[in-house]
Write a protein that binds this ligand. Sequence first.
Ligand SMILES: [Zn+2]
Ligand SMILES: [Zn+2]
Length: 241
Amino acid sequence: MKARRNPSWSRDELILALDLYMQNLTTPPRKTSREIQELSDCLNRLGIQIAGQYEKFRNSNGVYMKLMNFRRFDPAFQEAGKVGLQRGGKLEETIWNEFSSDPVRLRQVASAIRTVVINGSVPNYSPEEDEDTSEASEGRLLTRLHRSRERSRKLVDQRKSKTFKEKGKLTCEACGFDFETTYGERGKGFIECHHLKPVHELAEGSRTKLEDLALLCSNCHRMVHSQKPWLTVEKLKDLIR
Ligand SMILES: [Zn+2]
Ligand SMILES: [Zn+2]
């Protein structure tokens, strides 16, 4: 029987690992510590939510090694004349560069991911995880949370009818596209909603308000999500200008 390789670490997992690393800069937790064990448990539960099946693939040894992998980017560690484990993936470096200089954001994002893992509050498969859509910098679970919030039928209907009552039409807030003007009867009432809140704020059980949703045409919405980091509607408008 061939030994199966563990899947490579996801963005979500590395964010959680870096968070633990950053909280214990001077004294990393030992391999047998409670912190490492808890992270291992959390990652295995995260794995269920991302892959839809249970596989216990992040044992405490692997988790500990991953923390040691981060050391090779840590200037404090290098100054002490030491080198961390040199092997490791490219994504580790990306996550280090994105998050290590902003520990507050790292804490917020990591705790949002943990909340979702604990609550199990996100659908575990999302058909729109296609290749043209980039997951958020904050990882796949929070991406799914964003997508499920902005697709909530009831909220979307309320949001659209609010604008329709006020303006008599539904136009894209970034480019002004009007489906009805272009497609006639078939385009009437059609537009997409995009959730404006930072994704790490979605996990705390906050309810989506109508003003959290922007109306965007399908092209503009696609462009927002097409690369990391996602664009704000303001930045998108700048691009169009
Ligand atoms: Zn548009
Ligand atoms: Zn969106």
